[in-house]
Write a protein that binds this ligand. Sequence first.
Ligand code: AHR
Length: 497
Amino acid sequence: MVLDKSYSISEIDNRIYGSFIEHLGRAVYGGIYEPDHPEADDQGFRKDVIDLVKELNVPIVRYPGGNMVSAYNWEDGVGPKSQRPKRLELAWRTIETNQIGTNEFMDWAKKVNTDVMMAVNLGTRGIDAARNLIEYTNHPGGTYWSDLRKEHGYEDPHNIKTWCLGNEMDGPWQVGQKTAYEYGRIAKETGKAMKLVDPSIELVACGSSNTGMPTFPEYEATTLDIAYEEIDFISLHQYYGNRSDDTANYLAKTMDMDHFIKTVTSTCDYIKAKHRSKKTINLSFDEWNVWYHSNDADKQIDAWQIAPPQLEDVYNFEDALLVGSMLITFLNHADRVKMACMAQLVNVIAPIMTENNGRSWKQTIYYPYMYTSLYGRGTALKPILSSPKYDSKDFTDVNYIDCAAVYQKEAEEVVLFLVNKNLQESISVTTDVRSFEGYQVLEHVVLENEDLKATNKPGSEKVTPHKGGSSKINDGVLETRLTKASWNMIRLRNVNA
Ligand code: AHR
């Protein structure tokens, strides 16, 4: 491999380390909020969960859905809690108590030092509800909705900057599913009205729900064509699973993700050319993760419960490898992927788990997410890598090694993130780092485990990183050994600085 400080991809937008909290399962109730828990603060938020979220340094959290937003009345979640209605929540077929709504969530976001990416309902509602919501959250005062916010105890506007225009509107599972034309029109008109209320906001339009949708990428092209002037980002969603228990094929799925990003980027640029526009639309990969472990269990859950344990995937070690590689993929597309949200954050397909009235703990996927979020900030460099390759069921010429590199100019640090997908053998990597004179290895963190299916449980974390990786620099060459099936972070720093 060759790594050179002049081979830069782009500055990294820190919002690629975003996450997502939906009113779904135990994400909100029993997750971030549990007023009877011994760790609850004065607003009922769990302090142990706040601490775990803060450790991840999450820059932005998408809220309140997800599928849930497509039949959500935001007005149900503001004002005195005792007067808030209980509703049938149609996306996940539960009871929504509305004890947490916009204002409380903004308070929680402050507590965990994050911004909010707020979604509006373009399923059952549209322009009117969206323009009222942004008047409520962002207008300083002196109007009906902004004064109502003050009456509710929030004198200052929340000034939410980033907004999603609906969620997965092409999906037949969505309440109020729309064709590309119908969606493009409502996204354009809603976006226009929202920007009239607050021109400083940025808007994310829905793309296809995933690459498997029959209308992908035509849905993106039509939406962009209609709403190009109003929107700033197009959204991508993708989840992977290892249903056939074929780990080599499973770990190769980042090739699909890479292809997805390239296709959507090309679609954006095609419409840009068609419109003779100077404006570039960037990508918001605002749902991504592994999701499949809980599918069968979810079928057994009865409808119309409050906060049932839905989508509670228990992640194993190989999932952490894939998550590490997905984050590497974002870094290697840092020029166009400017936001991304791991879906989700607590209990629901999440890095953080809680017991009702009990402990909280870190899933295996917590670790690659945490380290990449903490150290993957700065300029993404393009590693020129020649890796041995393999073929799997669905993919050919899969690199055994995935790598991304980040240069932190001020700190004079270079951080490499690497995954060795070879399940049998370690691989030695030789990297020319001569452009980084005076740099030495600061630490080499490794996540590895003999058992690909090892999981973490409360009080017993089997999958945790260690700092005993093998890396050294001699005469401008970094010699690294990547153990079989491992995720690695290597930090280099200028010792002469
Ligand atoms: O994250 C779980 C669900 O996955 C979201 O609600 C939806 O947008 C997607 O299909």
